[in-house]
Design a protein around this ligand. Structure first.
Ligand SMILES: Cc1cc2nc3c(=O)[nH]c(=O)nc-3n(C[C@H](O)[C@H](O)[C@H](O)COP(=O)(O)O)c2cc1C
Length: 158
């Protein structure tokens, strides 16, 4: 048999391999006294630390509620979640969704981006418009659905 071996999924062509990404979405309540300056400090330390663990995402803050999307290698995201749970600047951390799949990052340039609560829908719609992969688009549709109909709809509203 001289036929060439077909390309296999576990032998990705260089430059085309999709990373296996774990993602978590949660919301939490800010501790009393957590203001814009405190949130800015959270963003600063996130931007310093997240690149070390290959983590990207966005943080929404409004009306005393945080909403955060994290994606990266599973172990690193889980380690960050464990650390976050001990952070006294918020409490009542409610995981909303998590999953793992091989795909491109949703927000590849954001080590951690602070998004105003009123802008979160626009951010998600924009990302959905630009989504080239089905799995990618589905995650965004799920988040939009949660935002429009579920628990997240109260975020940023008094
Ligand atoms: C709502 C919220 C989101 C946070 N997000 C991140 C994050 O994405 N990455 C991170 O390293 N730390 C994040 N932190 C901060 C961590 O809990 C922890 O304080 C920090 O990583 C410690 O870093 P430092 O003391 O070296 O600045 C977050 C904290 C809060 C309250």
């Amino acid at each position: 048999m001289s036929a060439q071996r077909p390309e296999r999924a576990d032998e990705p062509t260089p430059g085309h391999a999709l990373p296996l990404l774990y993602n978590v979405v949660y919301c939490s309540r800010a501790a009393p006294g957590v203001d814009a300056a405190a949130v800015e400090r959270i963003i600063e330390s996130s931007r310093r630390r997240n690149p070390l663990g290959g983590i990207t995402g966005l943080l929404v803050f409004g009306s005393g509620i945080f909403f955060q999307w994290l994606e990266g290698p599973r172990d690193n995201v889980l380690a960050l979640m464990a650390l976050l749970q001990t952070d006294a600047r918020h409490h009542t951390v409610v995981p909303l969704a998590s999953g793992e799949e091989a795909r491109e990052r949703l927000f590849p340039d954001w080590d951690m981006e602070l998004v105003g609560a009123d802008a979160i829908r626009d951010v998600l719609v924009d990302a959905l418009d630009n989504a080239r992969e089905a799995g990618h688009a589905q995650v965004l549709r799920d988040m939009l659905e949660q935002l429009d109909s579920g628990q997240l709809s109260s975020i940023g509203r008094a």
